[in-house]
Design a protein around this ligand. Structure first.
Ligand SMILES: Nc1nc2c(ncn2[C@@H]2O[C@H](COP(=O)(O)OP(=O)(O)OP(=O)(O)O)[C@@H](O)[C@H]2O)c(=O)[nH]1
Length: 599
């Protein structure tokens, strides 16, 4: 156990790509925590997908031993936090476990939307903040300008901001000294009953559920019995350890320390982030202030392309859910797609990560239906229904009104793209709330319906601003609007998986766009196929896909049997990615592509 005065607990907050992981790796390397030859690039981003996409998803942690210039030995605990908007909630919970933050800003770029969102969370958690200007090795680096911007926009003193190149290692030693000298030591009482905060938990195939804890008071020891205060469950602690970053077992953890325990817990769901862990007897009387659980906000259906793979899909989803309590699922049947699951996610990136993992790790091809938010449907009899799936929309004659979730979106963008951003937000039914300038960048705040954002807003924003805009959002609440369910009929059959909720004023435009897209995406058949969009019984848009006359093998006159067979095989392979609806084959990609809007 380390005494409190020699512990520093911190996190690193930054906008995506400003160098958070590179800096963390450098701190680990400089202190010899990991031998150079073991140093894999980006140590802390452990999952493949994270590494591929260059984003950090799961909060990770590492304990670093550091002998400071004053000759004293310190233990530095770094909790890594995710950088993407979908995971803002995970950022907030890991912040509660530490006393300070390094605020990393790319000195060639300046403050971005997620710099702001994350630093405000650190300020909310009462952190001491050390500003770090990164990438000073690049010619475009402009530390004075960025330091001034940090003061203007965020309002913290940046005169002593540390100038760093996480790439060359310059400034790393100064950063370590600043952690020791400027961040506060944790507080806590060794003799008090145990109070450990459950910061995170995940499933490990060998050890079961691993629980990341921050000890507030008391001592956590191997072999003791502990109580999880939220539900009173008792557990026998099998192991106590720390991350360096690989696991290292220790006998006990004292106040201010960060580490993990295992206690033969089978499911991540049995652990609640924010819970307080105490002794089973004579434990703490009051729990630490908890976190609110992360609520899924985006829902979509996941169906196997090959219906024989339904059980495999169930298995994959159950396994993934064991390790991710913020992901919800329930079985769903669709007239069009058969058996599948309706799943809830924290945001679109979360959705994509889970979908990719199912396809890649479990080798199951999926049809993903249009993402939807949760609508509040107020019935005439006073009842309120939470609508997760447009296909379940009750009969409109019984509905009094609908409410949809809204968000407050903050966008930072260079001046020259401001016009395009305003137009995009306006087109998505946004209401402008604020517009200010910080140097040559504008900061716009919009009130927007979440459903206009979940689908492709972020992609559109990146494309109209050539990647220069940054974006962050938070949910604000529900508001009534004129919303309707639009159904799509292919060959006169409604395809439930294609139904969407839309604003009444935009229904016709959206309906027409969807029919046109589907006409391009659905291959021609031997018969004519009408494609229609309808609200209730009323058709609001229509396209017709003309019939195909020749069969593919017809052009193989003569008796070239091999070529004929090859063509038929090709056709069959193409068909695998299709689903049959009545007599019509609809390709997998249609379910998502049909919804992409061009503005
Ligand atoms: N030239 C230069 N490049 C850097 C420096 N620090 C980081 N980079 C590069 O910047 C890119 C982003 O760095 P990361 O460390 O992955 O950024 P991050 O903030 O962790 O990103 P997320 O994990 O997505 O939040 C990588 O290509 C790094 O190699 C630096 O000091 N100088």
């Amino acid at each position: 156990m380390t005494d409190l005065a020699h512990i520093r607990n911190f996190s690193i907050v930054a906008h995506i790509d400003h160098g958070k992981s590179t800096l963390a790796d450098r701190l680990i390397q400089e202190t010899g925590t990991v031998q150079d030859r073991d140093m894999k690039e980006q140590l802390l981003d452990s999952m493949d997908i994270e590494r591929e996409r260059g984003i950090t998803i799961k909060a990770n942690t590492v304990r670093i031993d550091y002998t400071a210039d004053n000759g004293e030995k310190y233990v530095l605990n770094l909790i890594d936090t995710p950088g993407h908007v979908d995971f803002a909630y995970e950022v907030s919970r890991s912040m509660r476990a530490v006393e300070g933050s390094l605020l990393v800003v790319d000195s060639t770029q300046g403050v971005e939307a997620q710099t702001l969102a994350n630093v405000y969370q650190a300020i909310d958690a009462d952190h001491e903040i050390v500003p770090v200007l990164n990438k000073i090795d690049l010619p475009a680096s402009d530390c004075d300008r960025v330091a001034e911007q940090i003061e203007d926009v965020i309002g913290i003193d940046a005169t002593d901001a540390i100038r760093v190149s996480a790439k060359t290692g310059q400034g790393i030693h100064e950063t370590l000294e600043a952690i020791v000298n400027h961040l506060p030591a944790p507080k806590g009482e060794r003799d008090a009953p145990l109070k450990a905060m459950l910061v995170d938990s995940w499933y490990d195939a060998y050890l079961g559920v691993i629980v990341l804890v921050r000890i507030m008071d008391g001592v956590l020891k191997k072999g003791m019995r502990v109580k999880f205060m939220s539900n009173g469950t008792l557990h026998h602690v099998d192991r106590v350890g720390v991350f360096r970053p690989e696991m290292q077992m220790v006998d006990q953890l004292g106040p201010g320390e960060i580490g993990f325990l295992t206690a033969s817990i089978k499911q991540v769901r049995d652990t609640r982030v924010g819970d307080t862990i105490t002794n089973d007897r004579n434990g703490a009387e009051t729990a630490l202030p908890g976190f609110k659980p992360a609520q899924p906000v985006v829902f979509c259906g996941l169906f196997p392309v090959d219906s024989a793979e339904f059980e495999d899909l169930r298995d994959a989803i159950e396994k993934l859910a064991l390790n991710d309590a913020s992901f919800s699922y329930e079985m769903e049947t669709s007239a069009a797609l058969g058996f599948g699951f309706r799943c809830g996610f924290l945001g679109l990136l979360h959705l994509e990560v889970i979908r990719d993992r199912i396809e890649r790790e479990y080798d199951i091809e999926l049809i993903t239906t249009a993402p939807s938010v949760i609508y509040h449907v107020y019935m005439k009899d006073g009842e309120m229904i939470e609508l997760h799936n447009p296909a379940d929309m009750p009969d409109m004659s019984k509905v009094d009104h609908l409410e949809e979730p809204r968000i407050k979106a903050t966008i930072l963008v260079p001046d020259e793209y401001l016009g395009d951003v305003l137009k995009l937000c306006q087109d998505r039914r946004g209401i402008q709330m604020d517009l200010t300038y910080a140097g040559s960048r504008a900061m716009v705040v919009y009130d927007l319906p979440l459903n206009e954002v979940v689908f492709d807003f972020y992609d559109r924003l990146k494309s109209v601003t050539k990647g220069y805009a940054s974006f962050d959002y938070q949910m604000t609440g529900y508001r009534e609007d004129s919303l309707v369910k639009m159904s799509i009929l292919v060959n006169d059959e409604p395809v439930d998986a294609l139904s969407v909720m839309v604003h009444r004023d935009r229904a016709e435009t959206r309906g027409r766009a969807m029919c046109e897209k589907l006409k391009e995406l659905i291959p021609r058949h031997m018969f004519k196929i009408p494609i229609q969009a309808a609200i209730g019984g009323k058709v609001i848009a229509r396209e017709t896909l003309s019939a195909l006359r020749k069969d593919v093998t017809a052009k193989c006159y003569g008796g070239d049997a091999t070529r004929k067979r090859k063509l038929l095989e090709k056709q069959k392979a193409g068909k695998k990615k299709m689903r049959q609806f009545g007599k019509v084959d609809i390709p997998q990609e249609a379910f998502i592509s049909a919804l992409k809007m061009d503005s």
